[in-house]
Design a protein. Structure first.
Length: 186
């Protein structure tokens, strides 16, 4: 386990190797091959688990998409493990998922989404945002408990566990006619 607080060239090199293997295959932005650029106040790397934990105003950027949270955890595929005596060396591959916790924001030029937690799954190219989710596009606002966005197609589904007319907590949307939105932009 490496805890990043002061510059340590060996630790920085180990983190760079672990991180460069997979983020290019990730797709936070629609149809993007751009690299994923992650910043935070602190980074902890668990090499044997192919896990990096970014803490403190963590932010992942790709092209024109941004995933921001208090903590971002990046999980990479373990490709091989080599043992030399009592020491184990692990090689990490492609990004599997990113978990975001605490004040999560996913922002693209078309939409803004806020929630308490999120998981980006690289295999399905989806971001699932949970916990009092609010999604906005222009003036239009959608609320629910769980939003699943396919980042490659842009399709999304909002869910809630509340069922039945008149019950608070159901999926709710407020949509403004295009004509009204255009007049308010002027």
């Amino acid at each position: 386990m490496i805890l990043f607080r002061k510059p340590n060239l060996l630790a920085v090199a180990a983190a760079a190797v672990a991180l460069l293997a997979g983020p290019a295959s990730a797709q936070l932005a629609r149809n993007s091959d751009a690299p994923v650029d992650i910043t935070a106040d602190e980074l902890e790397v668990l090499n044997t688990q192919c896990l990096s934990i970014w803490r403190g105003s963590a932010e992942a950027l790709q092209d024109n998409a941004r995933l921001r949270a208090n903590v971002l955890k990046t999980f990479f595929q373990v490709t091989s493990t080599t043992r030399t005596g009592s020491t184990a060396s692990v090689n990490c591959g492609d990004l599997i998922r990113i978990e975001a916790d605490g004040e999560v924001f996913y922002v693209t030029p078309e939409q803004r989404v806020r929630g308490r937690n999120a998981v980006y799954d690289a295999a399905s190219e989806t971001i699932t945002v949970t916990g009092d989710v609010v999604a906005a596009q222009g003036q239009n606002v959608l609320r629910g408990d769980r939003l699943v966005i396919n980042v490659s197609t842009g399709q999304a589904q909002m869910h809630t566990n509340v069922k039945g007319r008149g019950k608070p907590g159901r999926v709710r949307g407020v949509f403004y006619p295009e004509k009204q939105q255009q007049s308010q932009r002027r």
